[in-house]
Write a protein that binds this ligand. Structure first.
Ligand code: 2HA
Ligand code: ZN
Length: 273
């Protein structure tokens, strides 16, 4: 069977990167069974031939109206599909979708009828916001990083800024590579519009947001960038956990040490476009 990648070779690099990251997610233990999902905006690769591709399944509803997404194209992981399978066979475990002109529905155009992720409302809400703000970010990632999810079971860490401060203070790299910190989304039903709306509010300020007792959602220039930010935050959570397992509360870098790093390295406080 002919794949969309056969005549859009530029797309291959994006899909290869998604496959590489999904392999990491599995290796890290963050992607049990079908856990987690990904979308990447691939509209830049849509030539006339791709735009003319017919739908291969009936139109489906997103559950929200997202005006910026009219005519855009996304690669989306399939619902119920495993990250570890996607790493080897990305076009059988994910699909290319086109958002219809009503901005409220989508159709699958390639390669196979693989229904997109159950968290599509959250992913597309974030993608809509990124376009609305002129961001260069193309990728959204949802995954279940063990130590971060564990921390979200302690109400102390769900207060604004507390988890961010704890994580930043574990190791300077966390501050450098996740400079916006971690937003908090109180528990909502997975896949719900409520979860999508609450995520959207937090993603305005943060590149990575914690879904209480569930996982994280991250945005990035590409899927590797989104993954890296989650990875550095989870590394800090792991250091926190190791110290606790050794029987002590980690001291953490001082407020001054944190501020010095922010100043010396001119770390952004807002998402750069
Ligand atoms: O796709 O992780 O939140 C499976 C999930 C839903
Ligand atoms: Zn999940």
């Amino acid at each position: 069977m002919r794949s969309i990648l056969d005549y859009r070779p530029e797309l291959q690099d994006v899909i290869n990167e998604v496959a590489e990251v999904t392999g990491y997610l599995w290796q890290k233990g963050w992607a049990e069974r079908n856990g987690g999902n990904i979308t990447v905006n691939i509209t830049e690769f849509a030539d006339d031939e791709m735009k003319a591709m017919p739908a291969i399944a009936p139109k489906m509803q997103i559950g929200k109206v997202l005006p910026q997404l009219k005519g855009t194209f996304f690669y989306a992981k399939g619902t119920g599909k495993r990250m570890r399978d996607l790493a080897r066979h990305p076009m059988q475990n994910g699909a290319v979708i086109r958002i219809c002109d009503d901005c409220a529905s989508y159709e699958i155009i390639a390669d196979e009828v693989v229904l997109p992720t159950s968290e599509l409302p959250s992913h597309l809400s974030m993608q809509n916001y990124l376009l609305e703000t002129g961001s260069k970010y193309k990728a959204t990632l949802h995954t279940h990083p063990i130590e971060l999810v564990a921390m979200s079971h302690n109400p102390k860490f769900l207060q604004e800024g507390v988890m961010t401060k704890t994580l930043w203070s574990m190791i300077p790299e966390t501050l450098a590579f996740a400079p916006l910190g971690l937003g908090i989304v109180p528990y909502e039903v997975p896949g719900s519009i409520e979860l999508a709306n609450a995520t959207l509010e937090q993603i305005k300020k943060y590149d990575v947001v914690m879904w209480e007792k569930h996982g994280v959602c991250a945005v990035g220039l590409d899927i590797m960038d989104a993954f890296d930010q989650v990875d550095v935050l989870n590394k800090a959570a792991n250091i926190y956990m190791c110290a606790k397992n050794m029987g002590f509360e980690p001291e953490g870098m001082t407020d001054k040490a944190i501020k010095d790093i922010q100043d010396i390295f001119h770390l952004p406080k807002m998402r750069p476009c």
